[in-house]
Ligand binder design. Structure first.
Ligand SMILES: NC(=O)c1ccc[n+]([C@@H]2O[C@H](COP(=O)([O-])OP(=O)(O)OC[C@H]3O[C@@H](n4cnc5c(N)ncnc54)[C@H](OP(=O)(O)O)[C@@H]3O)[C@@H](O)[C@H]2O)c1
Length: 362
């Protein structure tokens, strides 16, 4: 008999100031949604965490709410169609576009943009067993990926794809560029490194951990330095090719003094693409950077078109997202996954398996 109720993970409201509060997770009972004529029903197989899920629990994310399920990343299988028009989707393994309101404009969203999970801006989140959704929001998952790898793909790789390909464009081809990616333990940072290496760039990294630098090197990074060292810029300069000891692009998610720290390493006209500010919501732009014509470019997630382009690139280049850990015990594994993310020990994505690999029945 088909299921009629399902579990969904939402936040429980408790008192506390933003940044100090830690909203508990609540497993809510919800009816299994019925797909309308323009929708299909997706059974979620696995979902992955992003830093924004942590920010939601800390009330550090705009529009946090308590009835929309958390989660932006997922892979699932289409188990039902609301009409014959979409019946070809049934049985397909799919990844979900993690944002709404942005079709294809490279400059930014055409409409009100919202990311899935935990906020008033979008009614869907992926920490659920089922989701009724338009097939417009789905792309077939690359066949070479496991469910955990596919769940790890959407938000991080879309953000990385836009940061690497759309926002870091220079007169030079990426294959001729020297690129620095900061905080390589981060989910987006690793994805950016994989994309840039696959495009032929020479990639350097920073991290707070030597072990993570070594992991990055084993994946093709040319070298790395520890950002906790007060002289990391000097150490990085030593690693740059002697024939052209300069960076073309910095892809950063730490913020703070990144402009000041990298100005002397960048070539004139170099680019700093920033997609996050983990250390605090501010970057200081300096006169020295201005005099060197260095451009600071903000970058967000990406459009539906960029998502499709990213999936195609990942499939063509056989890229596999790095999964730090896949929790097999369904939503019960979420607290452990949040703990790992909170103490920052991960290298790659944290994934929650929600249903069996071969279970395509409702
Ligand atoms: N603009 C957007 O649309 C968008 C989309 C996705 C993410 N983001 C933002 O991007 C950031 C990263 O997200 P994520 O999901 O990849 O997070 P994550 O997986 O939790 O990674 C965070 C990483 O930040 C690095 N870090 C911490 N302090 C640092 C410092 N002082 N200097 C350099 N790196 C430092 C750490 O790297 P090590 O472990 O190597 O030390 C850590 O692994 C967050 O601020 C997030 O909100 C923005």
């Amino acid at each position: 008999m088909a299921k009629t109720t399902m579990k969904a993970v939402v936040l429980e409201q408790v008192e506390g100031a933003p940044g100090k509060v830690w909203y508990p997770l609540k497993l809510a009972d919800r009816p299994v949604p019925q797909p309308s004529s323009g929708q299909v029903l997706v059974k979620i197989l696995a979902a992955a965490l992003n830093h924004r899920d942590l920010f939601c629990r800390q009330n550090l994310y705009p529009g946090v709410t308590f009835d929309v399920p958390l989660g932006a990343d997922a892979v699932g299988v289409v188990v039902q169609s609301g009409s014959d028009d979409n019946k070809d989707w049934v049985g397909k393994r799919v990844v979900l576009v993690p944002g709404r309101g942005w079709e294809k404009d490279p400059e930014g969203p055409e409409g009100q943009y919202a990311i899935l999970g935990g906020t008033k801006l979008c009614s869907d989140g992926t920490f659920v067993e089922y989701l009724a959704i338009s097939p417009e929001e789905l792309v077939e998952a690359p066949r070479h990926l496991s469910n955990s790898e596919a769940a790890a793909l959407p938000l991080g790789f879309l953000t990385a794809y836009r940061a690497v390909f759309t926002k870091s464009k220079t007169a030079k081809a990426l294959s001729e560029c020297h690129v620095l990616i900061t905080g390589i333990g981060g989910g987006v940072a690793i994805s950016a490194m994989q994309l840039a290496i696959a495009a032929g760039a020479l990639v350097f990294v920073t991290s707070g951990s030597q072990e993570k630098i070594d992991r990055a090197k084993s994946m093709g990074a040319a070298g790395g330095v520890n950002y906790k060292s007060p002289s990391w810029q000097k150490e990085l300069r030593e690693l740059l090719p002697k024939t052209r000891p300069e960076l073309d692009i910095v892809i950063d998610s730490a913020g703070g003094d990144i402009v000041e720290k990298t100005t002397s390493l960048l070539r004139r006209g170099g680019i700093i693409t920033t997609y996050g500010m983990t250390t605090g919501p501010k970057i200081t732009y300096t006169m020295a950077a201005c005099l060197k014509n260095i451009e600071l470019r903000g970058s967000t997630m990406g459009s539906k078109q960029e998502f499709r382009d990213m999936i195609k690139f990942v499939a063509n280049k056989n890229i596999r997202p790095v999964v730090e850990r896949s929790f097999d015990n369904g939503f019960a594994g979420l607290e452990d996954a949040f703990s790992v993310m909170k103490n920052g020990s991960q290298f790659g994505k944290l994934v929650i398996k929600i249903a069996q690999e071969d279970d395509s029945k409702l």
